[in-house]
Design a protein around this ligand. Structure first.
Ligand code: C2E
Ligand code: CA
Ligand code: CA
Ligand code: CA
Length: 279
């Protein structure tokens, strides 16, 4: 019995160490990821549900690690937020996205919008305005093409700061989308006072369409709300034709998801743009 207990304790400490080691290794490797050019942006198209035309792209970060392969953002963005690396990484994302899309536009591809995800650590008045202004200047991208995605919970936990920052962004001419809308408990009166452009219906609601009646009702309510507030609305995580048709019938403006396309590397997206330009 005694032995069993000791063995268990030893095993448990060992496991814990292994876990911390790998976290530490990942964190250390992440410090060099930027300068070693291991970070990449992938692009997922968004489509206008009425015309079927490309409405925009959302850029999603990937880490191409030489040993571990392609690492998803949910594995390293939390680490980068914890240790502050998200600030230089976020700055790189903004610059890379603006430059890439401006180059595509100059090559004649109609990319009306590029959406970039922001982390809570970037959401500071001193930092963000500077980062965004420089990214626009360096790339020459028109401000109205850039849309910044902030989650509903981020805005609501920093509501006072958020109002000021969003007004400053509006003055710059960039657009703002609320990501994961419907999951962050915002009050509608707060929403009304924010200078927003787009609501993104969270994937968790789209997933339940058409089987879950309440998800259908929630999605439709968000579409109506957006319309009444004069906002654009994007459904995320659209995977089936049935979901696409139901959303279109509701009057949802835009959709994004595996039904249309998974996120693509810049090279693959470029091939896709060339192909659709020829049609
Ligand atoms: P998000 O902003 O909600 O991005 C949508 C996620 O859903 C992406 O995962 C995308 O690949 C995935 N997705 C898109 N369509 C479908 C679909 O039809 N079905 C399913 N099942 N999934 C779909 P990804 O690329 O792994 O990104 C995860 C999260 O990481 C993002 O969630 C975002 O919060 C964060 N993230 C990604 N790139 C950045 C970045 O550059 N900066 C920051 N701060 N966060 C980022
Ligand atoms: Ca997003
Ligand atoms: Ca989202
Ligand atoms: Ca999400």
């Amino acid at each position: 019995k005694e032995l069993g207990k000791n063995t268990y304790q030893f095993y448990s400490v060992d496991m814990n160490m292994a876990h911390q080691m790998s976290h530490l290794n990942l964190e250390n490797a992440l410090r060099f990821a930027l300068e070693r050019q291991q970070l990449q942006l992938w692009y997922q198209p968004q489509f206008d549900l009425m015309t079927g035309q490309l409405a925009g792209l959302e850029c999603l970060i990937r880490w191409q690690h030489p040993q571990l392969g392609l690492i998803s953002p949910s594995e390293f963005i939390p680490i980068a937020e914890e240790n502050g690396l998200i600030v230089p990484i976020g700055d790189w994302v903004l610059n890379e996205a603006c430059q890439r899309v401006q180059r595509w536009r100059q090559q004649g591809f109609a990319v009306p919008r590029i959406a970039v995800n922001l982390s809570v650590r970037q959401f500071r008045p001193d930092l963000l305005l500077n980062q965004v202004t420089k990214a626009l200047q360096n790339s020459g991208l028109p401000a109205e093409v850039l849309e910044l995605e902030v989650t509903e919970s981020l805005i609501m936990t920093r509501i006072n700061e958020a109002v000021a920052i969003l007004h400053q962004l509006k003055q710059l001419g960039v657009k703002v989308a609320i990501d994961d809308f419907g999951t962050g408990y915002s009050s509608l009166s707060q929403l009304k006072n924010l200078p927003l452009d787009t609501l993104k219906i969270d994937r968790s609601f789209i997933e339940g369409i058409p089987e879950q009646a309440d998800d259908v009702v929630i999605a439709e309510t968000i579409v109506i709300l957006a319309k009444k507030l004069g906002l654009n609305v994007v459904a995320e995580g659209v995977e089936t034709q049935a979901q696409m048709q139901i959303l279109r019938d509701m009057g949802c403006a835009c959709a994004q998801g595996y039904f249309y396309s998974k996120p693509l590397s810049a090279l693959d997206l470029e091939a896709h743009l060339v192909h659709s330009a020829k049609q």
